[in-house]
Structures are given as structure tokens and as C-alpha cells.
Design a protein around this ligand. Structure first.
Ligand code: PLP
Length: 247
């Protein structure tokens, strides 16, 4: 069954194709190889049937940001999906998340040492392979956004890299302000954080990912060095009935 069109805009497989093309073009403009930019299809609030349609179109990376929802959906979908948990995670949900989603590939949104510790312990208890994590940075300074202050990014990155042997510190993530004029500044802040983190930890810049860019600003984010874009509504349609639930 085809996904319903929303205001004449295709959603589902056709929307995915269009996003992948735009990602490729932005990567070319940035002088980056398109394969170096990962597209995470953020499926929160969307039904398994629609995720399945995107999967059948060949996509394998999906993102969710409510623990209960990803734990419900993941077992109903193929095991070769690489799930990303995006956004703030409560430390007391780390174990549920890891137990419920064996094919969890990455947590994009570690914003304090406590959640890192809980994730590290859960990975160890399960005996699964190290979990890739990104440290979330609040680059816009808005109280509504999670993430460490840019001035604390080195400290938390260091904690994850040196104190959490079951976590694979893989880079930084931010949301940034939604309006077009201020995101460049926020994306630049994340890029500057990466330079500091890499210097402090002796990492190569190309080993430290930047997850930035969503439906409204992913092309710009790629032009500014993003290696991981998180795209929800442009692929799945607007979230008309956002879930009100705790994470
Ligand atoms: C929902 C969500 C997205 C996707 O947002 P769109 O604007 O629909 O693309 C990306 N990142 C995080 C952390 C989210 O919660």
C-alpha cells in the first residue's frame, strides 16, 4: 500500500529518493564523497508499515527518539536495520534501550557522564559489541535543547573515550536553531568543538563525526561538514500527532 500523499508532497520511497539526491548534491558542493554522509531516517511517531516501505526501498538506517517506541518497533522490523537513538536519553532507560534493541548502532545524544556510565555498564552486561556514541552539544544555548555547553564538550568526550571502555566515542551531535539564519553559526560551533576535542584526545578530525542537519537544514549542514544527517518529516511526512510520552 502506498503511503498517503501529504499536501501533494510525496512521502515514503519517493521522498527518500529525493532526499538522497539532495544529500548527494550537497556533498558534491562541499567537495565530500557522498558515501561519507550517513542519512538517518528519523521515524518517530510513524508506523512500522511506513518504515518497512522505506526499508524495502533499500534504506537501512533509522532513528527514533522515544525509548518505548524504538523498543516496540525494532523487533517488528528486520534485524539488519542500523538503529540510531537520537536526542536526550534518560540514564535509567539505557538498559531497556540496549536490551530491547540488539541492533542499536549508535546513540546520538549522550549529554552527561551519568548516561554514559549507564550505557557503558549495559553494554558490558549484555556482552554486545561496543556501542558508538555521539556527545550532544547545545550549540544554540536554548534552554529547551539538550546537550552540554560547548565549553564542556571536551570534558564529556574525554570521559566517554577514557572512562567508558564499552562505548566507542564517535563524534558530536547538535540540533541548532531551526531558523535558517542562525544554524550556520550553531553548526560552526559544533565544528569548533570537534577541533578542540580532537586536539585534546589526539584524534584525527575525520575519525570524529559531526551529526548535524535535519529536514529544514540538512543541505547546509552537509556543506558545513556534517557526516550524519537526521531526517524525519521530509521522508515520512509531518508528525501530525506527536506522541506525548516520557522518554
Ligand atoms: C525528530 C528529530 C529529528 C528529525 O526532525 P525533522 O525536522 O522531522 O527532520 C532529528 N533529530 C532529532 C534529535 C529529532 O528528535
Amino acid at each position: 500500500m502506498a503511503a498517503p500523499a501529504v499536501e501533494g508532497v510525496a512521502v515514503g520511497a519517493a521522498a527518500l529518493r529525493s532526499v538522497l539526491l539532495r544529500v548527494r548534491q550537497a556533498a558534491q558542493r562541499a567537495g565530500t564523497q557522498p558515501e561519507r554522509v550517513r542519512v538517518v531516517a528519523v521515524s518517530k511517531t510513524k508506523p512500522v508499515s511506513l518504515i518497512r516501505q522505506i526499508y524495502d526501498a533499500g534504506h537501512r538506517r533509522f532513528g527514533e527518539n522515544y525509548v518505548q517506541e524504538i523498543v516496540d518497533k525494532a523487533p517488528q522490523l528486520p534485524e539488519d536495520i542500523e538503529w540510531h537513538y537520537v536526542g536526550h536519553l534518560q540514564s535509567n532507560k539505557a538498559k531497556i534501550l540496549l536490551t530491547g534493541v540488539p541492533n542499536l548502532a549508535m546513540v546520538e545524544g549522550v549529554d552527561n557522564a551519568k548516561v554514559a556510565t549507564h550505557l557503558d555498564r549495559a553494554v558490558s552486561n549484555l556482552g554486545r559489541k561496543p556501542l558508538k556514541v555521539l556527545v550532544q552539544v547545545n550549540t544554540s544555548g536554548e534552554a529547551s535543547k539538550s546537550g552540554v555547553d560547548p565549553s564542556d564538550c571536551v570534558e564529556l568526550a574525554k570521559y566517554v573515550k577514557l572512562q567508558c571502555p564499552n562505548l566507542d566515542f564517535s563524534g558530536l551531535m547538535t540540533i541548532g536553531m531551526p531558523d535558517y539564519s542562525s544554524t550556520p553559526e550553531n553548526f560552526r560551533t559544533l565544528s569548533n568543538c570537534r577541533a578542540e576535542v580532537c586536539k585534546a584526545l589526539g584524534m584525527a578530525v575525520d575519525q570524529c563525526e559531526l551529526s548535524m542537519g535535519m529536514s529544514g537544514d540538512f543541505e547546509q549542514a552537509i556543506e558545513m561538514g556534517s557526516t550524519n544527517v537526521r531526517i524525519g518529516s521530509t521522508i515520512f511526512g509531518p508528525r501530525e500527532y506527536p506522541k506525548k510520552q516520557t522518554q
